[in-house]
Design a binder for this molecule. Sequence first.
Ligand code: SF4
Length: 501
Amino acid sequence: MRQIYDFAKYYYQKLSRLKLPFMRYPDSKTKNFKSIPRSKMKEFNKVRFHGPKKLACYNPFVNLFFNSRGQAVVCCRNQDIVLGTYPENTISEMWFGNVANKLREHMLNNDLSMGCGYCEHQFKTSRFYGLPSMHADYYSSTKLTYPKIIELELSNICNLQCVMCSGIVSSSIRKYREKQEPLKIVYDDKFIEQLKEFLPYAKEIKFYGGEPFLIDNYYKIWDFLLEIKSKAKLHVVTNGTTLNDKVKTYLKHLNFTITVSFDAMKKDLFESIRVGANFEKVKSNILEYNKILGGKGLSLSITPMKINCKEVPEIIDFCNDLNATVNMSYVENPAEMALWTMPSKQLEELIEFYKFYKFKPIKSVNADYNFKAFSQFVNQISQYQKVNAKIEKEYELTLKTKDECYQIISQTLDFVLRENIIFESDKTEIYKVIQEVETELSEDDKKFFYGNLTNFLETKGVPALKNFVANGFDVKKLKDVLSSLSERPNIYIKNYKNISL
Ligand code: SF4
């Protein structure tokens, strides 16, 4: 029944795009609100999965998110406007209170200035794909009742130390990598009691971690949902390492969908990203989850980074084999690992690689969805490529040439020689290493190498050399430092926000 309703709603929403040219949007200059311009709303409404809407976002009316610090917010991207904090405030005070109402008032005027900086920026640069407001569109109501979606991030307990993750999200990273005290778990049984008033009204409840299948409070919530025979859609994002008897019972008797983080089809690569996980175990759990869910409701989440970006198509093939959907999880940080800090040339090669990949010929609704998600992902990569090419072009104009670079090298080395900081033999050795590094670089990388080396010598040259020889002349170390000068993630980090296409 629900599927028929969803199907009808989807087509109704598609048809409703016809009303796009006539839609009226809030425009509240007179009331001291900063509404999103009509032109941007029109652009956004063209790509909204659930059809065009009057407001840019419905999260403040339908979504309640608890983060691991005890704070309630309306969505993961607006962590600045805290509706209240547990245990100081009750859940009712948070959801029906003044802060939430003020945020709603802003949203009724399409004004994103109250903590919604992320979306504001995405609107300005027309990057609508993946906006967290899209999901709330499904409910798109401004009537104030209990939240339709509850998102829970009640603890950071996790058994893995994934390379792109941090201690805020993983207790293991906090303990072993960051060597910090564990985060305090603020949510207790009284919180769960308060939550019981809200749970029966929620249409969707999402469980994040840490690792949800290791978090005790979630087991208490699932027991309660079993007791009230809840029909709510429950969603878990798991690392796929845990599947015990209790979990099996919940999966069988509640309305679960599961997203498993899965970043590589090669054991070594997978285990080097998901540190602490066993590839075979996760893969066999994925098959088991899928079996229990009856082949419906499984999704694999790929976090494409520099190290695993070429795995994406194979994982999509794996999803299609399982009739699972794919979820692309875009990495912003750590920036050095992320695809948006990849040189434009490499991004171009990556796009070519994706273009020529031969997917297994599988036809299904989910495979269709996955190919669409993949093509959106490739579009996003093309967007990065264009932005980075533009950044590189602008940066190149500021770079010194090879001749200018060699002039500075010669001046600096003559100076440190005169000052007896290095010997003649060191000077010869340094030239040799520079030339060695140069021959290993592509023409494209050489431009950055000369420019960065010049900047380096001009800003830190003499003290850096002094320091270097004081610790003993190490040729390998010198080569490593020089090689790193052809890298350029910093230029993207510095300039990305200012570039719009
Ligand atoms: S506008 Fe963006 S940041 Fe603000 S509540 Fe909506 S989704 Fe969250």
